[in-house]
Design a protein around this ligand. Sequence first.
Ligand code: PLP
Length: 368
Amino acid sequence: VDSGVIDFGMGFPIYELDPDPAPVLTEIARDPRRHELLQYPRPGGPMDQRAAGSRWCAELGVKVAPEDLFVTLGALHASHLWLLSVLKRGATLLTGELTYRMVVSAAEQLGIQVRGVPMDEQGILPDALEREARAAGARGLYIMPTNQNPTAGILSRSRRRALVKVVQECRLQVLEDDIHGPFHPSPRPTPLRELCPDQVTYVASLSKTLAGGLRVAFAVTPANRRPAFRSALLASLYSAPPLNAEIASRWIQDGTAFDTVAAKRKEADHRTGLARERLGSLVPDLRTGAYYCWMQLPESWTAMRFTMEAQRREVAVMPAEPFYVGEGEPPEAVRLSLGAVTREQIDRGLDVLEEMLRHPASAQNHVV
Ligand SMILES: Cc1ncc(COP(=O)(O)O)c(C=O)c1O
């Protein structure tokens, strides 16, 4: 995005509330065991860091012993390891028809075919999942049950149970990506992992909650998948850098991580509330801590034209198209990501979008 452009396009988190690294870096610098952080770690991570991961997962509703958890280099790395350890070249991976693009790209680069499953505002529809799984003979499912990216949808309890039933009947291995889940206020919906531990690999990344540049996530696989996941980890980078994970672990153990999530949740609700106030019912009133929202456009706009016109007025938004892996055409909708912008930019950006929605015809006359 050019400078001067207000960026509602990229899904970056609320950076301004990331914790200050200075105190924890000083603590680490004074720790007599600091040299160990520069040595090759145990594959999967040092045990005290895995204990921090276990505490983080417990907070999200997933019980795991530290020795059964892997520290990975972010959720995307964990997704690669899952794809490598579960699906073979030529296999089919199912996902919601609107989904996080980078996992689709990773799968395609590994020769895995990706098929989109129809969704409603909550997310994947169980009947459609069953139909697609049987039609494609699919082996895997990638899913974000809480604060789905890009729609911010949340699967209800009964939907989760219905999906798990299909997963069990069709013997699908599942990658549950809970990167945006921590923002959901308590009580959080039960992760699929707890409903179906034998088939679900759970990934909890700290990128959105604490610091994307640390590249730290925790992965919990079914017991019988652990050796294959471990082999993929060893062959990819041996083990995640312990220095980065040490920062994250200390933030979890001293409570900074939980305070940061609470602050970001509050700010995200405020920001999406502003969008709702200004753009009305086009933006769903979710208030679930997600810092992005999905806006279904009125008939007067296509997503592509809306995106181009907003760009001309120096506001970047993300159309549905890059997220879409379904049959047919993507919906006429855009994602507004309100994380890495200031409140003042949000105000100005929403002014622009509101004006475009109020005067759709005049705004579309700028074709030369
Ligand atoms: C749903 C989802 N999964 C994974 C990622 C990437 O996570 P990480 O930075 O931990 O690799 C993102 C980042 O935007 C995301 O939105």
